[in-house]
Design a protein around this ligand. Structure first.
Ligand code: EPZ
Length: 417
């Protein structure tokens, strides 16, 4: 398993270019299954999760031609309706293929995703609402079996929680449904808008984009499309927090700052010097005050930035409280950060960080994707050498992380063993 060796503290400088968003391209790749026409996707990031989804599409019979980061799909050869456990267990986003396969092939067999490090990750909202659209759903042997006699039926759906994945799965299932589907209390994350824009570019009829009420008029066919996803706001937040944690001046470009409005506003309230451009932010060395942070669905503070924020506030004098409201087990980075000398105490779903004490390098271990990013940020701010093990977690969602940080001046090496 590869490791990262970081020797801090690192002062960073220069510009980092953000890749296109993992959490936009994963549902868009599932959406490829809806079409029988050529699709070209540009600047697809080289990430483990993306490659897993590409393997899944290939196994389903989709023709795939990669030319660097431009990928051409021929979904007319789709031949299977089964997403098997061996792939789904490695990436729960595979469940996004359920809606597209079902609405296109009238039947689907998709492995239950199972839990992951950060929580049980149920899919009840996906399944109960597909049933409202006329799907017959049975669970057996760890698989979801879904089928429908004819087209799915448009329905009025109300999500008990603004689930990102359920919103995406149901939006895609509605593309070929008969009549109109309404999704109330839809998630508002920017990646939802990006998926809707992709579907409409293919000729789907999604309206209400950017609102909690989505309306999808069923269509019969889709057309060819070429598409490029939005920049990855979570990757951008990671580099912003690394810059602030190391007292650096860094330009983070290639994403829409409006997609991080809450985070940027909060950091500025804490004292961060941030200049905002159309597709970049410029971070200047800042002295920050502690804060009270609660994760929430968009437009609130993203749960995917919680761990990175915690690493940052270990460098901020005073007591910061971070409460995680979305997932039930998303504090696995806490004991690892404490190994670096942080002073973090957990009480229920809140972490109490006594910040402003210097960190010292030590061997640590990645546990999940965003926890891994937190360890990188803390290691960059730590005195001495930190060895980060199991970096395959990072590879799920961060493209060329060590090279991007090295270009910013970090003392970081990736070693294989
Ligand atoms: C997406 O996961 C993201 N993944 C996650 O990013 C992100 O943390 C999450 O949205 C929240 O923003 C992708 O987009 C691939 P949810 P998803 O459905 O769709 C509960 C990362 O780091 N829930 O909005 O699984 C669930 O238990 C990953 O890139 C149900 O109860 O998130 C959780 O508590 C991690 N029943 C909450 O909703 C359901 O049927 C949020 O889940 C579905 C969800």
């Amino acid at each position: 398993m590869d490791k990262l060796i970081i020797t801090g503290p690192c002062r960073l400088s220069g510009t980092v270019t953000i890749s296109k968003a993992k959490n936009a391209y994963l549902p868009i790749l599932a959406g490829v299954l809806l079409s029988d026409k050529k699709i070209v996707l540009n600047e697809v990031p080289n990430l483990r999760d993306i490659n897993t989804m590409l393997t899944l599409l290939g196994n389903l019979g989709v023709g795939i031609t990669r030319n660097g980061k431009t990928i051409t799909f021929d979904p007319s050869t789709l031949s299977s309706h089964e997403a098997t456990y061996d792939l789904v267990k490695t990436m729960r986003a595979s469940i996004f293929t359920l809606g597209p396969i079902l609405t296109r092939m009238k039947k689907a067999k998709v492995s239950l995703p199972g839990g992951c490090a950060i929580g049980t990750r149920p899919i009840d909202l996906h399944l109960s609402n597909l049933e409202k659209m006329g799907a017959k759903i049975t669970l057996e042997g760890g698989y979801v079996y879904a089928e429908t006699d004819g087209p799915l039926k448009g329905a009025n759906l109300l999500l008990a929680f603004p689930s990102v994945g359920a919103t995406e799965n149901l939006m895609m299932a509605a593309v070929f449904a008969e009549g109109k589907t309404v999704i109330e209390n839809a998630a508002l994350e920017p990646e939802i808008d990006d998926l809707a824009n992709f579907l409409n570019a293919m000729g789907a009829k999604v309206s209400g984009i950017g609102s909690t009420r989505l309306e999808i008029e069923g269509v019969k066919t889709l057309n060819e499309v070429e598409y490029t996803a939005i920049g990855d706001r979570i990757e951008a937040a990671t580099y912003i927090m690394a810059a602030l944690a190391t007292g650096s001046n860094v330009k983070v470009e290639g994403f829409n700052p409006a997609h991080l409005e809450f985070v940027i506003d909060l950091l500025k309230e804490m004292g961060a010097k941030i200049n905002i451009g159309d597709n970049f932010v410029e971070i200047s060395e800042s002295s920050l005050n502690s804060a009270r942070i609660d994760t929430a669905p968009f437009p609130g503070f993203p749960t995917d930035v919680q761990a990175q924020m915690m690493a940052l506030v270990t460098q901020v004098k005073g007591n910061t409280i971070i409460t995680e409201h979305i997932f039930e087990n998303r504090f696995m980075h806490v004991p690892e950060l404490n190994r670096l000398g942080a002073s973090i105490e957990l009480r229920g779903n809140s972490a109490f960080i006594d910040g402003g004490h210097p960190l010292k390098g030590a061997p640590v271990m990645c546990t999940d994707l965003r926890a891994s990013a937190a360890l990188v940020i803390a290691a960059l701010a730590s005195e001495g050498k930190t060895e980060i093990d199991r970096v395959y977690h990072l590879d799920r969602g961060y493209e060329n992380l060590d090279q991007k940080f090295k270009k910013l001046g970090a003392n970081i090496e990736r070693i294989g063993n």
